[in-house]
Design a protein around this ligand. Sequence first.
Ligand code: PRT
Ligand code: ZN
Length: 283
Amino acid sequence: MKTLKIAIQKSGRLNEKSVELLKNCGLNFENYKSSLISPVSNFPLEILFLRDDDIPEYVQDGIADLGIVGENMIEETEVDVNYLQRLGFGKCTLKIAIPNNSDIQQLSDFNGKAIATSYPAILEKFLAKNDIKADVRMISGSVEISPGLGLSDAIFDIVSTGGTLKSNGLKPFTDVMSSEAILIGNKNVERPELIEELIARIQSVLRAKETKYVVLNVNRDNLEKVLALLPGVKSPSVIPLAEADWVAVHTVVPERDFWDKISQLKQAGAQGIIVMPIEKIIA
Ligand code: PRT
Ligand code: ZN
């Protein structure tokens, strides 16, 4: 039977998180930097390690069945693939940025101006939508130095912390798209049941990351107040303790409002709060 192939970045910003995600899904493989392909010993899957630029087309053409790549690469290459799952890492924003001393004030000021970028397709689409006629200059690396060299009036590039813009005397002008790593799949995939299984495993890992397992002790007098703070959870376990009138509550709390929740629980009488990471949540 056919072994599936998943393409991930060989080295770079998405490599480590992609490998970690697949390992957390229980896939057993060697992560040799020197190899292009690595078999998974406990799942009918092979991992292909590639430049991120090649991943969208490999998946579109069926050389790989699946791929993990930034959404920006999919937009830029305009490939026809299935979007299967957003993965929550590699987050960034693609922005137009201008020199600090630029006289550009509004979008229409870009008419006739030169913008350097490694993402010409995304930029062209944005400019066309806004009816701007600018000169898009394709540069494959170090886009941020081009205004300083007099090669362009602005840049269009990926920004995460903004440090690169700042250290090159640039400031953001407008956001064009946000991006994160995404699992993509070939449109005519052969073993959909295996892909479903892999997606289910990925989702269980992602769900677990979004939540913490919390154990706390509370006097029965305060139990109702504490339980009222945990409305999202189906039914927290309430376990009697050796000391009469005291119980332990086991529950999960979403990461996003974690600190708020913990301080509310303390105020409501929770004590001895223990917080643990969750490895997987099987739906
Ligand atoms: O070798 P290969 O071709 O595979 O990798 P690459 O060098 O082309 O890509 P890589 O590893 O740099 O990025 C892979 C993917 O990570 C991108 O396609 C994005 O989806 C995502 N990503 C997330 C980023 C960033 N954050 C990021 N900050 N990609 C690039 N950057 C660069 C940006 O180009 C700029 O030079 O970081 C700089 C800006 O960072 P800040 O923090 O200074 O704003
Ligand atoms: Zn690349």
